[in-house]
Design a protein around this ligand. Sequence first.
Ligand code: CDV
Length: 308
Amino acid sequence: MRVINVAAAQMGPIQRADGREVVVKRMLALMDEAKAKGADLIVYPELALTTFFPRWYMEDQAEVDSWFEREMPDAAVRPLFDRARQHQMAMSFGYAELTPDGHHYNTAILTDRNSNIVGKYRKVHLPGHEEYDPTRSHQHLEKRYFEPGDLGFPVWRNLGGIVGMAVCNDRRWPETYRVMGLQGVEMVVLGYNTPSVNSQKNVEGPEQRLFHNRLSVQSGAYQNSCWVIAVAKAGVEDGHPLIGGSLIVNPDGEIVAEAKTEGDELLVAPCDLDATRFGKETIFDFARHRRIEHYGLITSRTGAIPPE
Ligand code: CDV
């Protein structure tokens, strides 16, 4: 057995006025609870340090940049790194990254037990739109504030296993998991901020959104025989509701833990990486069963083109 005790640290809402110090205090409380429960790895949501700012239409670039971190760790976040090292706990969390040469990404990092950053991922599948859209019930301006990630879907050796990352909307795309699956991924960690209602279809409410969350995460885990840890930022941020429903899913695609609230809530589960082997050696033994001669369209065509 190669067990990683994983803590999925769902976070309740962060209001626009909440400073990073307040948020980091909440993250530290979750980390201390995770330590008390024997966690080796703690996973926080997408954009864990701030409110989900892409819901706000902004034209002033200085205002936009105030939501981004220019270095990692910066002063506000350093206590998290210090506490994680003290606890000998690996961690992953999402944040808005502004690089020294001016690029903006929706980023997640992975650290080892000594708080060294061993992995960085930049969100590839950016949802939403670039300009203010009055037809939507709320704005989702990720395409305005972020560039698509430029790092692909790498995986890293950490905690005795092979770990990959994704961010929110990436979890809905089978390509996300498969590219990591082809590198032998054993655990995918991801965070999300999913509005409880579809901004373009108001009958798609929280129940259906939670269903799509489970469907995406469970199928990604099963079809690549890996653990998936999916962690929400949830609850009502300045009047805008986000679903909870954080999940720990095993390599059979079964849910082993699921959040019950829309607040700060910790799920802890022992995840045996050797449990990934059966699927990887049988029905999803890629080397024996995949037929890449038929998959060319996946990388040569972006949008669907129906026959004449
Ligand atoms: N933050 C996200 O990527 N949210 C999307 C919403 C817009 C659908 C998601 O996939 O949950």
